[in-house]
Design a protein around this ligand. Sequence first.
Ligand code: CMC
Length: 392
Amino acid sequence: TGYVTLDPGYVNTGACTSAITYIDGEAGILRYRGYPIGELAEKSNFLEVSYLLIYGSLPTRSQYEEFADRIRRHTLLDENLKRFFDGFPRDAHPMAVLSAAVSALSTFYQDSLDPLDPEAVEISMVRLLAKLPTIAAYAYKKTVGQPFLYPDNSLGYVENFLRMTFGLPAEPYVVDPVVAQALDLLFILHADHEQNCSTSTVRLVGSSQANLFASISAGIHALSGPLHGGANAAVLEMLERIKAEGGNVTEFVERVKRKEKGVRLMGFGHRVYKNYDPRAAIIKRTADDLLARLGKSDELLDIAKELEEVALNDDYFIERKLYPNVDFYTGLIYRAMGFPTKMFTVLFALGRLPGWIAQWREMVNDPMTKIGRPRQVYVGEPERSYVPIDER
Ligand code: CMC
């Protein structure tokens, strides 16, 4: 007792065992439940991957249909929860709204919050998966002042979300299959990434036996920071700044290397990957493909590619093994789809949800689980005596 190993940022500390996601950061390998990410991205879909992450194996056709059907039947928000959106200011950040609404879900489903009751967990998982796209779409509608659309349950998961986001009540909205397919792919690529900051937050909050909604709400806040999920928005802001300043990529890289305050190459570097992030490779191809299929071009994509090229050939980045991560090219895809920058991290949250749920559920079912409670090394004052206020 009394002996504490100090590990700021938990660089070397394992906090759990997990059978969900495997990463080999040196080799650039990522697998969900043993399946390589590239294969899932090519052949699966987001709901199937969600099932895989949560339950551990690919569903049979009937298991898949039952799962999809249960989710479809829970997409509506309670009308009282819908009214919460009225209270937020129009310029509220959609990540804050997302987290607040998820937190509020616990007030509507008080009969099914017990993390130790498997049936309660089951229905909570379904509710969350079903309602998060509705909440996300309403968070967007709020920012543009447009009316909220009820879910259309004849549509698929991603199609329904796109319609609630971009559709209007007065006119029929036809979902572009190219956009839906690309978004589904991005959701698969974001679905889990073992013990990252937000997932560890979900587990830590859940380790006190707080309910699933409370744990996920906390995870959304953890994701919002620019060093984590918020990086996808920060990348776009960085590209826009470079463009506004004349598009001089080399000069920007020099500023990064000088470590000017607040200047980092956003979308580069990773705690675990010391090689090309396998997700970034797929996303780069998707960005090219989507822009071509939508018949769009984007000067920011050219800047991003140039930036990558310069960085990958520069000693600073080579020595530190800094490669593009998942966030480097996603913003350009979201932008081509019509999402404003503020929504980018919300899209990350929609994709990461099944991973958070799977990790929370694994933790709840693990007999090794204890409340998370890190130690510290105290560096403050030794004991001293209280001085009355007039004598200080
Ligand atoms: N630009 C410039 N230098 C960097 C960068 C970067 N993006 N990332 C790391 N470095 C340098 C850092 O300055 C340090 O150099 P030195 O040894 O001279 O002090 C070295 O590389 C090691 O970096 P670190 O900060 O100790 O690494 P970390 O594991 O603590 O941080 C990171 C990982 C992802 C927070 C960091 O690379 C970063 O801030 N990247 C930019 C933000 C970003 O893209 N985040 C998304 C991460 S991936 C998906 C997700 O989690 O959402």
